[in-house]
Design a protein. Structure first.
Length: 216
């Protein structure tokens, strides 16, 4: 079950989103498999409960300071879906260390909302092409300007951790998968960031893909 939290300033918005998620899916679409575990009027109100959430559905400014703090909690284990109609929102999200992120318009359908939440829970990026192409294009161009040489080759264990990061696993899940402590996972993730010149998980996976380090 995917645990979802809804953040919207107006109660009617929250009720509408909750109803869309509770309605289930139409025949032939993605099964629901979601549960709304928290609702809040602002990202600040949700901060104490972020650890109970897998995917955050937000109607808010992407530049909200509390949203940025949520992105950094628990080594970026939280995914976010922002409902917005501007390109700047997608650009703001791309700069934050989310586990996964997405941007969709306010008039998203129930099926699109369900499908987006399932994709984000798997660590994928989500969004309409009009939002995503410019943002990803800028990120890739910036990457090319930085140069491709590694400071130091990844160790075998770091490579294993990177593969699991690419699958969208959180630190606790990686620790269980590899039979090591969560503290050790954090150490390897930090080392991967340094060697790849990355600042967050999404960037590390992207750079790993570009260098042929991540196997799909």
């Amino acid at each position: 079950m995917i645990r979802v939290a809804i953040v919207a300033p107006v109660m009617a918005m929250r009720a509408g989103l909750r109803a869309m998620l509770a309605a289930g899916s139409a025949p032939g679409s993605v099964d629901s498999g979601t549960e709304v575990v928290n609702e809040a009027a602002s990202p600040e109100d949700l901060e104490p409960f972020a650890s109970q959430t897998d995917v955050l559905v937000v109607v808010s400014e992407a530049s909200n300071p509390a949203l940025k703090r949520l992105a950094r909690q628990d080594e970026g284990s939280l995914a976010v879906l922002l409902l917005a109609d501007d390109l700047q929102s997608a650009q703001e999200l791309a700069r934050m260390p989310w586990r996964a992120w997405g941007v969709l318009p306010f008039d998203v359908s129930g099926e699109e909302l369900q499908a987006a939440i399932h994709a984000l829970s798997q660590g994928l990026l989500v969004g309409w092409p009009a939002f995503m192409r410019p943002v990803l294009g800028r990120l890739l161009n910036a990457e090319a300007e930085e140069g491709e040489a590694l400071v130091e080759a990844l160790t075998e264990r770091e490579n294993q951790v990177l593969q699991l990061l690419a699958r969208g696993l959180a630190n606790k899940q990686i620790a269980v998968q590899l039979g090591i402590s969560e503290h050790t996972v954090k150490f390897h993730v930090s080392s991967i960031y340094i060697k790849l010149g990355a600042t967050n998980r999404t960037e590390a996976v992207r750079k790993g893909l570009q260098r042929g380090l991540v196997l799909l």
